[in-house]
Structures are given as structure tokens and as C-alpha cells.
Design a protein around this ligand. Structure first.
Ligand SMILES: Nc1nc2c(c(=O)[nH]1)N[C@H]1C(S)=C(S)[C@@H](COP(=O)(O)O)O[C@H]1N2
Ligand SMILES: [Mo]
Length: 324
């Protein structure tokens, strides 16, 4: 930890965003306070579907892919976010992402595939039936939430783009638009924009990999990655890239944002794994949100975030201490 001292009211180190080590202490403390207040304030709405903003989506339940653990309230999912394009404090995305224009939205498809081109998000998704999947999301910072996403399996969309035999990886980029994204104008920013992520092809084709367009049955709010974002529930949350504008099929493993910033701390794979600690904190436990000062809700972290039955085979024979 580069933050050496903190007052007693500050949150535990696990609360710290990865980048906080690079940020000014003052910026960090303001954010920690705001986040703590947001999540412990009494009377926060437990939004029923009717109260949720956004356009209603037509979807089918996918109980075989859904946990029945208690869902985080809409309020928590949409006010405690990581979306560094809008700032590094947990409340910044809810505060500033509303200004991002998500219509029209196009996605550039390129690289090793038979159907490159510029697609509107509607065209890319049109033939698909939306599903609701209730997944656990485990952030590398050691907090987690249960989130009811609406969207389509990533494999379905990728197959339509006809990856060729050279396509060993798939790479994604988020919108880069400093005019709409104040975090991209920030002097403190450590990310070389755009935000980049990637998966090995077999990971991308796994039945759990998901492209979300909605939350609690309605279109995604901007702070959660509207209009379309990746959800990879067995990996740390930073793999689940938001507001996607590029999909590229690649032969070589792509460079991804967090790995570029600190390769000894954030690997390409980033599978949730309590046996591999982050160099600056333990990954053995996590705070299930919403939590409060009186109910910190610490629970044990489970390998592959509890999805080992579906994904462990992808890593057979791999040293997960080395390929973390
Ligand atoms: N483009 C972009 N995608 C991103 C991030 C980001 O800063 N920028 N943060 C990641 C991190 S660290 C997490 S934990 C999840 C949080 O998703 P949520 O805010 O919808 O819960 O988004 C991920 N996707
Ligand atoms: Mo995260």
C-alpha cells in the first residue's frame, strides 16, 4: 500500500481502488467517505422492477445460469461503480455518466473474422432473444454483488461474426471520448485510453460469458456500461469491460488496460482465486454489498467465483499462480 496512514473512520484497505495507490490521498479519502455514506444511508430504495429507470426489455429467465443468492438493490448496483472514464471515486460514474450519449451506438468489428464491419448495436443483437442471468460480480478490490443482468450469450454474437482459425483471442475497447468522459481528461489518470480488455477464444465462447444490455429488466444505466458491456462472472470485475465500441479477433494475446498499468498486480487471466493474493491485499475474503459499518458482510471468496463446474476445464494443466 502506498497509502501509509488513514484516520480511523476510513474504510479498510480492501475498499481501496487499485489505482488509489497512484492517486492523491485527498482524492481517495473523499471518495471513500462518499461511498461509505451512500451504502449505509438509511432508507435507500429497494427498487422493485417498476421503480427502475430505463426502457423495459423483453427477456426470458435463465435459472440454470442464475444464483438464488440475495440480489443487491438497484440503488447499490447503480451508485457504487468502477468506470474510470468518469472518475475514480465509486460515486463518480452515477454522477457523471448520464451525459454520455448512447444513441446511436456503433461497434467496429475487425481482425481475424469473416464478417468485419461497422455494426449498430441493434443490428448486432437483433436476432437474439434476451435472457436474464443473475450472476455474482467479484471485484479485484475484494467486494462483490449479486446482479440481475439482461443480455445475450457472448458466444452467440461472436459466432455470427465468423471468427477464422487464426482467431485465438477476442479483444474489446470502450468508447474514447474525453469530451463526454471527464475521467479521460483527468491529470491523475493512469489508464492509456481507451480501456481495453480481452479473453482467450475458448473463454469467450464459454456459456457463462455474457453481453449485458440491461439490469433489473430495463436498459442499462450509463454508469453500468450502457448500451452494451461484457460480463465474465468467474473473473475479477475489471475484465467485464463497459460501453464497448470495438470487437477484434486476434492471433496474439492482446494488451489489456490493467495489465498495462501494473502487470505484477493484474494478469491477463484474472480468474477469481482465493489462493492467489493480490500483492497488496488478500483475496481470500470479500465484502458482499450492500454492507455497512455494523454489518460488514465478509464472506469467503470461492475459486472461479463459484463457477468452477462451468470453467475449471479451461485452465487444466495451467499454473494459476503464474497465469494469474
Ligand atoms: N470501460 C471500463 N469498464 C470497466 C471499468 C472501467 O473503469 N472502465 N471498471 C471495471 C471494474 S474494476 C469493475 S469491478 C466493473 C464494475 O461494474 P459495475 O459498475 O457495473 O458493477 O466494471 C469493469 N468495467
Ligand atoms: Mo473491479
Amino acid at each position: 500500500m502506498l497509502i501509509k496512514s488513514r484516520p480511523s473512520w476510513a474504510l479498510p484497505e480492501s475498499e481501496v481502488t487499485p489505482e488509489s495507490a497512484y492517486l492523491s490521498r485527498r482524492t481517495f479519502m473523499a471518495g471513500a467517505l462518499a461511498s461509505a455514506a451512500a451504502l449505509t444511508m438509511p432508507g435507500l430504495a429497494r427498487a422493485e422492477k417498476g421503480d427502475v429507470p430505463g426502457a423495459p426489455l423483453d427477456y426470458q429467465l435463465a435459472p440454470e445460469f442464475s444464483t438464488n443468492e440475495k440480489k443487491a438493490p438497484y440503488q447499490a448496483i447503480t451508485t457504487y461503480n468502477n468506470f474510470y472514464e468518469f472518475g475514480t471515486n465509486k460515486g463518480d460514474p452515477a454522477r457523471y455518466a448520464g451525459g454520455m450519449s448512447v444513441e446511436p451506438w456503433t461497434i467496429e468489428v475487425d481482425g481475424e473474422c469473416g464478417k468485419p464491419g461497422t455494426y449498430s448495436v441493434e443490428d448486432l443483437l437483433r436476432p437474439s432473444q434476451y435472457e436474464e442471468r443473475i450472476y455474482r460480480l467479484r471485484c479485484v478490490e475484494a467486494w462483490s454483488m449479486v446482479i440481475p443482468w439482461v443480455g445475450v450469450p457472448l458466444a452467440e454474437i461472436l459466432k455470427r461474426l465468423e471468427p477464422n482459425s487464426k482467431a485465438k483471442y477476442v479483444y474489446f475497447e470502450t468508447l474514447k471520448d474525453p469530451e463526454q468522459m471527464p475521467g479521460q481528461r483527468s491529470f491523475f489518470s493512469v489508464i492509456d485510453w481507451p480501456y481495453r480488455e480481452g479473453l482467450r477464444m475458448d473463454e469467450a465462447m464459454n456459456e457463462l460469458s455474457f453481453l449485458a444490455v440491461g439490469l433489473y429488466g430495463k436498459t442499462l444505466p450509463n454508469q453500468n456500461g450502457a448500451p452494451i458491456r461484457l460480463v465474465v462472472p468467474w473473473k475479477y470485475g475489471f475484465k467485464s469491460i463497459k460501453s464497448i465500441v470495438r470487437i477484434r479477433f486476434m492471433e496474439q494475446q492482446p494488451k489489456t488496460s490493467w495489465e498495462m498499468i501494473a502487470p505484477e498486480e493484474y494478469g491477463f487471466y484474472s480468474n477469481v482465486n482465493p489462493e492467489v493474493d493480490h500483492p497488496r491485499w488478500s483475496q481470500k475474503r470479500e465484502r458482499r454489498l450492500p454492507s455497512g459499518v455494523l454489518q460488514p458482510n465478509w464472506i469467503d471468496t470461492v475459486k472461479f467465483n463459484g463457477y468452477a463446474d462451468q470453467v475449471a476445464h479451461l485452465y487444466k494443466g495451467m499454473d494459476l499462480q503464474r497465469y494469474f
